[in-house]
Design a protein around this ligand. Structure first.
Ligand SMILES: NC(=O)c1ccc[n+]([C@@H]2O[C@H](COP(=O)([O-])OP(=O)(O)OC[C@H]3O[C@@H](n4cnc5c(N)ncnc54)[C@H](OP(=O)(O)O)[C@@H]3O)[C@@H](O)[C@H]2O)c1
Length: 328
C-alpha cells in the first residue's frame, strides 16, 4: 500500500487518545511540529489545555488546528461524539492513535483484584475498539487511513503479577491483527506499536530496572516513522524488539525459570483506598464492605480517588507488592 499522508497539500489529520500525558502528549507534540491538525482525547481537561497552550502557534500553525475532547475511552458514546466532532471540523483523519491505557499489578488469588482486572481489560482492549469504530465507515469509503493500536512488550509473554495488563496487551495485539486483515481490502492500514519502557507517569515508580528506557519524545519520533511506513507490528526501541523476539522463542520451561521471580508491578489495594464517594452499596459483612460490594463503578471511582488523593511520594525503595495509584 502506498503512503497517503497529508496528500494534496493539506495538513496531516491525526486523532489521539490518551493525549494528556506521557506517550500521547509526546505524539501530539511530534505531529504538531509538522503542522498537523490534531484531535486530542483524555479525561483531564486541564492537562490537555496546558499541552495545547504549549504547541506551536507561529504561522502557519494556529490553535484552531487542535480540537480538545474530554472523553473516557470506556464511554463509547462520548468517544463517538468526539470522533464525529473531529470529522465535522477537520474531515476524516489520516491517523487514529488508540493510545489511552492503564496499568497496575494484579493477583488472581485476591478477590478484590477482580474489578481491577475488568477495568484494565475494558480500558486497554474495548477502549481500542471504541476508539476505532466511529472512523471505520469514513476511512473505508475514502479507502485511506491508518489505525494505530498502542500495545506493549508486556503482551508478548505473560508477566508475573501483571496478569491483567499482560492479558490486555496480548489481546490488543491479536485484536489489531484481526482488524488489519479486515481492513486490508479497503486500503486502511492497522499499525500495532509495542513500546518497551518509556519514561512516563505510568512507569515513574516502577520498583525495578527498566532496560532501554526511552524518553517520550524519542519514542514519539520512532513511532511516527513506523506509522508513516505502515509497519504492521513494531517494537520500540528496536533493541527491545530483539529481546521480545527471543522471549517469544524461549521454551516455556526456560521462560518459567527465568521469570517466575521477576520483580512485579505494584498493585492497587482497593481496601486501603478511602474516599467519600466509596460508600458501600450493600450491607457490610465481616469480610469488609468494599470487598463484597465492589462493582465496576466503585472500582473506577476507587482508581480515580487513588489517582487524585493518594498518590504517594516517589520512593526509589518501593518494594514489589506495595500498592500505588493506577497510573504509576
Ligand atoms: N510507558 C511505558 O513504558 C509503556 C510501555 C508499554 C506500553 N505503554 C502504553 O502506552 C500507552 C500510554 O501510556 P503512558 O506511558 O503514556 O501512560 P500515562 O502517562 O499514564 O498516560 C496514559 C494516558 O491515557 C489516558 N487514559 C487513561 N485511562 C483513560 C480513560 N479511561 N479514558 C481516556 N483516557 C484515558 C490518560 O489520560 P487521562 O487520565 O487524562 O484521561 C493519559 O493521557 C498506554 O496504552 C500504555 O499501556 C506504555
Amino acid at each position: 500500500m502506498s503512503a497517503d499522508f497529508g496528500r494534496g497539500g493539506r495538513p496531516l489529520n491525526v486523532f489521539i487518545t490518551g493525549a494528556s500525558s506521557g506517550i500521547g502528549a509526546a505524539l501530539v507534540r511530534r505531529y504538531a511540529r509538522e503542522g498537523a491538525v490534531i484531535g486530542l482525547v483524555a479525561r483531564r481537561e486541564d492537562k490537555l489545555n496546558t499541552l495545547v497552550a504549549s504547541l506551536p502557534t507561529h504561522a502557519p500553525f494556529t490553535r484552531s488546528r487542535y480540537g480538545i475532547h474530554i472523553a473516557d475511552v470506556n464511554d463509547a458514546a462520548a468517544l463517538r461524539e468526539a470522533a464525529l466532532a473531529h470529522m465535522r471540523n477537520f474531515g476524516c483523519p489520516d491517523i487514529v492513535i488508540a493510545n489511552a491505557g492503564i496499568s497496575a499489578g494484579t493477583l488472581t488469588e485476591l478477590q478484590e483484584d477482580l474489578g481491577v482486572f475488568e477495568h484494565i481489560l475494558q480500558t486497554n482492549v474495548v477502549g481500542l475498539v471504541a476508539t476505532f469504530q466511529p472512523f471505520l465507515e469514513a476511512m473505508k469509503a475514502k479507502r485511506r487511513g491508518t489505525l494505530v493500536a498502542m500495545a506493549s512488550v508486556a503482551g508478548v509473554r505473560g508477566l508475573p503479577g501483571a496478569g491483567a495488563y499482560s492479558a490486555s496487551k496480548a489481546a490488543a495485539i491479536a485484536y489489531a491483527e484481526s482488524l488489519r486483515l479486515e481492513m486490508r481490502h479497503y486500503n486502511v492500514r492497522v499499525v500495532t506499536l509495542a513500546p518497551g519502557y518509556v519514561a512516563t507517569p505510568m512507569t515513574r515508580d516502577n520498583p525495578y530496572p527498566m532496560p532501554f528506557l526511552m524518553q517520550p519524545d524519542d519514542f514519539a519520533e520512532a513511532a511516527a516513522k513506523a506509522i508513516a511506513r505502515g509497519a504492521s507490528f513494531q517494537v520500540i526501541p528496536w533493541r527491545m524488539g530483539v529481546v521480545a523476539t527471543l522471549l517469544r522463542l524461549l521454551p516455556n520451561a526456560l521462560y518459567d525459570l527465568l521469570f517466575a521471580n521477576a520483580p512485579r508491578k505494584p498493585r492497587i489495594d482497593l481496601r486501603k483506598i478511602r474516599h467519600p464517594r466509596l460508600t458501600p452499596r450493600g450491607p457490610a459483612t465481616r469480610h469488609g464492605a468494599m470487598r463484597d460490594t465492589a462493582t465496576p463503578d466503585t472500582v473506577r471511582e476507587a482508581i480515580d480517588a487513588a489517582e487524585a488523593d493518594t498518590r504517594p511520594a516517589r520512593s526509589p525503595t518501593r518494594r514489589s507488592g506495595d500498592t500505588q495509584p493506577l497510573r504509576d
